[in-house]
Design a binder for this molecule. Structure first.
Ligand code: FE
Ligand code: FE
Ligand code: MG
Length: 166
């Protein structure tokens, strides 16, 4: 990136790139977990769950795109091989081995809760040091908060459906 653009960053750029690379690995793993879950989902509200999971997959890929652009702009290199995702991830990967909708939703809720923590920490780290990254991170954080809410609303609907015998 340009020398002036780099000079305005008030934190160690290598540390920032490392945090962004770890978040990037999380996003690809989240993308795949959602994408696969959308294909496999079975059980209560299968179609609504599959549609939401697929939408979230697309949005996680969008986050990976935003992160990659910023990492490169900062002079970093995103992980070049998928095997690096497992080594770098904050939030891990839960294979959708059980395709039952409620199980998939719980797995993905855990992932979103981890993502919220990751972006909250990135927001704290960049708040007073890097307005460009901060702005991006806050946009992603808002999406992750929405994702958690969407999934918890589906769990709630399934619970209501069951309790009312609908
Ligand atoms: Fe994301
Ligand atoms: Fe998400
Ligand atoms: Mg959604």
């Amino acid at each position: 990136m340009g020398t002036k653009g780099r000079s305005i960053i008030g934190m160690n750029v290598d540390d920032l790139v490392e945090m962004l690379n770890k978040a990037f690995a999380d996003e690809w793993l989240a993308y795949y977990q959602y994408w696969m879950g959308a294909k496999l989902a079975k059980g209560p509200m299968r179609e609504a769950v599959a549609a939401e999971l697929l939408q979230h997959a697309t949005e996680e890929l969008g986050h990976a795109e935003m992160l990659a652009l910023r990492i490169i702009q900062l002079g970093g290199t995103p992980p070049l091989s998928p095997k690096d995702w497992y080594e770098m991830t904050n939030c891990g990967y839960e294979p959708p081995e059980d395709p039952y909708t409620e199980v998939l939703l719980d797995q993905n809720i855990r992932g979103e809760q981890c993502a919220i923590e990751v972006y909250q920490k990135l927001a704290e780290a960049t708040k007073d040091t890097d307005p460009i990254t901060y702005n991006m991170v806050v946009q992603i954080l808002a999406d992750e908060v929405e994702h958690e809410e969407d999934l918890q609303a589906l769990v709630e609907d399934i619970g209501l459906m069951k309790s009312r015998g609908a």
